[in-house]
Ligand binder design. Structure first.
Ligand code: ADP
Ligand code: GN1
Ligand code: MG
Length: 359
């Protein structure tokens, strides 16, 4: 993408100040993200090409983000820093469509840090506070949201996709993956059993973030405290547990999500405790059944992630950005090792949730 093209797209938005530069940022797996720097006192901006293969209805997604961020802004002390601010196009729409691609802009929140890994329990605690607060702020948000990705954390839907992908085997990889496919199949029944509790209403649904990995949280540079949850593309109705589980998958991993050295990968119980402590200090509205299944949600989401990486590998790497040929398979192995580590420490995880929720 040339600077000239980026500039012509950015100039279709209602930005303050003259644009000085537009540079790529971040390591998201889905969208293409750029920082737009402006001259003088004017704010800087985040310009994103939203992935419309992943998000088939970008306008609906932007409506969700606008509604949720407006709701949060009305409740917090510093509305320009404690959530995203969507910047509309000059024609008033929340996006610009160029050659079949959808672009959106929000304010760049200055004075923040973001991380790919959690390197201290304090950071994990702050991350937990961030998502606990996010869920609390949205607990009274009642406007129905669009489902931006169908069945995103719905394992029944994922199994339907999985079965179809294996049957299609579009690039002939299934024959080499007997062991990995076995990891998924051997846990199918227990995951469906858990999902049954969501389907029968035992575990309720709420407005949730759905993509709570550490890189989707901003921390204040000066105080080190959590500032806000960003990457709101997947905000929609789901279980509160999914946000907790996905964060545990990210914050507690002693290795990288795509670590080639599986000996690096395990779940740190210390980080689990710290994240759960932060989360439960802000999220006070969980029901007994939600608390009973909170620790399991980490296994559920990590399992789902193993399935999603493996399914994308079988499908010929169409969904996630990859850096090399078998990247999705490497991710599958590393996330499976993490899942095994969670399974081995499950009793302790449950005991910690029990202890912290009684505080
Ligand atoms: P993706 O959907 O591809 O993951 P994100 O929306 O998470 O894209 O953005 C990628 C990265 O850009 C984030 O991890 C964060 O570091 C940075 N970022 C995104 N939005 C902002 C913002 N409003 N202010 C400051 N940094 C941001
Ligand atoms: C993607 O968009 P990003 O990079 O923050 C993905 C998550 C996965 C995650 C794995 C919309 O998150 O669901 O858990 O990669 N987002 C979407 O790192 O699919
Ligand atoms: Mg992101």
């Amino acid at each position: 993408m040339t600077q000239e093209k980026l500039l012509s797209i950015a100039n279709q938005f209602a930005l303050e100040g003259d644009i000085e530069s537009i540079k790529p940022l971040g390591e998201g797996f889905i969208n293409d993200t750029f920082v737009v720097k402006t001259a003088g006192e004017a704010p800087n901006y985040i310009l994103q090409r939203k992935n419309h293969i992943v998000f088939p209805d970008v306008p609906a997604m932007m409506d969700n983000i606008k509604a949720v961020t407006e709701h949060i802004k009305a409740k917090v002390a510093d509305p320009m820093r404690e959530t995203l601010t969507v910047v509309p196009a000059k024609d008033g729409k929340l996006y610009v469509e160029v050659d079949g691609n959808f672009w959106a802009v929000c304010l760049f929140i200055a004075g923040t840090s973001s991380f790919d890994r959690a390197d201290s329990p304090e950071l994990a605690y702050q991350g937990g506070v961030g998502i606990g607060r996010f869920q609390s702020l949205l607990a009274d948000f009642t406007t129905p949201l669009h489902e931006t990705i169908k069945g995103f954390h719905n394992i029944r839907h994922r199994f339907n996709q999985w079965d179809a992908t294996i049957a299609a085997d579009p690039v002939g990889r299934v024959k080499e993956l007997t062991e990995e496919i076995g990891w998924i199949e051997s846990r199918r029944a227990e995951m469906m059993e858990f999902w049954g509790l969501v389907e029968d209403g035992t575990i309720p649904t709420h407005v949730t973030h759905n993509d709570t990995k550490i890189s989707n949280i901003l921390f204040d540079k000066e105080s080190g405290k959590v500032l806000c949850a960003i990457d709101l593309d997947t905000v929609m109705s789901s279980t509160s547990l999914n946000d907790f589980g996905d964060a545990i998958r990210s914050y507690t991993n002693t290795g990288a999500e795509d670590d080639k050295n599986l000996d690096n990968v395990s779940m740190s119980i210390e980080m689990f405790r710290a994240y759960a402590d932060g989360y439960l200090s802000e999220q006070k509205t969980l029901s007994e059944s939600e608390l009973a299944w909170l620790a399991f949600s980490a296994r559920y989401i990590t399992y789902e992630q193993v399935l999603r990486f493996l399914m994308d590998y079988i499908d010929g790497d169409k969904y996630y950005k990859t850096a090399y040929g078998d990247h999705n398979l490497v991710r599958t192995h590393a996330q499976y090792r993490l899942l095994q580590s969670m399974e081995a420490q499950y009793d302790q995880m449950c005991a910690i949730v029990k202890e912290l929720s009684a505080k």
